[in-house]
Design a protein. Structure first.
Length: 422
């Protein structure tokens, strides 16, 4: 388990627990020789790459929100040992956005060592270094980003690997909100441009059409929630699909790997515990159940939501009422689809569990016309989240494997089975 790297003199960031739980999830998921791995920070983490390329299960997302190059290097070995076919790396914007590590030299030195790691442990892996995207967010400057990209391009030439220049294609990130909401991360239309640029290197055609900008919807949300919604609004729901809708716990899992099926689609959102409110989840539904070509009723919907509200102080009866609104709205969008409601998991606070989480879960079990999946029992120890499965409030790798097992059993769908893990 990676517990924070005190490298280059910087201290733990506030989102370190989130980053650690992502890294730990990766450690239980196998990387194999046929896989294509996307490594990076939140810009990689946010997107459903495998769906954009036709729900191709060879594609793995190993992006981590907030990650810097030192962390990518520290966690590269367990990916390299799987000897994947290809690795697409975009790293460095968080280094350049953090005082004390915002130099091209630091970024390039860490990327150099990462390349060396792969060339030593997996010499047949094809490496692709993608340019840092233009952004003036925070202390970032275009000048430092361009200097870093020039140095990365020189490194690629030196190491005989491929450099992919996305700068001109997405220069608008630093200029307007056409493809971004925050001047750093991307809407679906930005990813459509990116996917078109790299599809020849993947050898897989992008499924994002040229009209994505006209079709994308934010559901009225801003920031990362709104941008995540734009992806949902352009990704199709196909016959037999199972939608996992919810907050940070859902977003943090690579569910098509955990349940070993291309039918499983992640519609979770939010970084960091406790994640979005139920109102945010409600806003996402029109985007998820959009009416674009190829969209249809899914085979099942699994809902995990309410962590933020239950951890708050609102009357639980009002929280349950809002949850039921979400279930009702899902029924309106997909009237023939079975709905599975997942009980909230225990927190690190015993009082919150006994006074809020358990009563809320009891109310979920009474929602008519739904099937309840218990994700509380067996995850709790001495009144709090079990350290066997959690670090604080964050579900870790073993915990995700256990959740996947319960989901697979409840769904009982052919071809959907929990991965055994590493």
């Amino acid at each position: 388990m990676i517990i924070g790297w005190l490298l280059c003199g910087f201290t733990m960031w506030a989102d370190q627990p989130f980053r650690n739980h992502r890294y730990d999830v990766f450690k239980v998921l196998p990387v194999k020789r046929h896989h294509i791995v996307f490594m990076g920070n939140s810009i990689t983490n946010m997107f459903e790459w495998w769906e954009a390329f036709g729900s191709d299960q060879r594609i793995l997302n190993r992006g981590v929100s907030g990650a810097v190059t030192a962390e990518a290097l520290a966690n590269a070995e367990f990916i390299a040992k799987g000897k994947p076919a290809k690795v697409f790396l975009m790293m460095g914007t968080n280094d350049l956005g953090t005082k004390g590590m915002d130099t091209p030299e630091q970024v390039v030195e860490n990327v150099r060592q990462l390349v060396d790691c792969f060339q030593r442990l997996s010499p047949k892996t094809q490496l692709y270094i993608q340019s840092i995207l233009p952004s003036k967010s925070g202390i970032r400057t275009l000048e430092k980003e361009m200097a870093t990209n020039r140095a990365l391009q020189a490194l690629c030439k030196e190491k005989s690997i491929t450099y992919i220049d996305l700068w001109d294609d997405l220069i608008s990130i630093s200029e307007n909100t056409t493809h971004t909401m925050d001047g750093l991360h991307l809407k679906a239309s930005g990813y459509a441009i990116w996917c078109q640029k790299i599809q020849s290197y993947l050898g897989i055609a992008s499924q994002l059409s040229s009209d994505v900008a006209a079709r994308q919807q934010s559901g009225g949300s801003g920031g990362s929630y709104g941008m995540r919604n734009t992806y949902f609004s352009v990704l199709p729901v196909c016959p037999g699909d199972v939608l996992l809708i919810g907050d940070e716990m859902i977003h943090g899992g690579e569910w098509h790997e955990l349940l070993q099926s291309k039918k499983i689609k992640n519609r979770g959102t939010g970084w960091g515990y406790p994640g979005p409110s139920l109102e945010r989840t409600l806003q996402s539904l029109p985007c998820i159940f959009h009416s674009s070509d190829g969209n249809c009723d899914p085979a099942a919907v699994c809902l995990y939501a309410g962590v933020s509200d239950v951890n708050g102080s609102a009357d639980l009866a009002i929280v349950v009422e809002k949850y039921i609104q979400i279930v009702t709205r899902i029924r309106e969008y997909a009237p023939h689809t079975p709905i599975y409601v997942m009980g909230l998991q225990p927190t690190a606070n015993a009082a919150v569990n006994s006074n809020r989480v358990q009563p809320f879960n009891a109310a979920l079990q009474k929602i008519a016309g739904t099937t309840y999946i218990d994700l509380y029992t067996g995850f709790e120890e001495n009144g709090i989240a079990s350290p066997a499965y959690f670090e604080g409030n964050y579900l870790y790798g073993k915990g995700y494997l256990k959740v996947a097992g319960r989901l697979a059993k409840a769904l009982n769908i052919k071809g959907v089975k929990a991965v055994k893990g590493r």
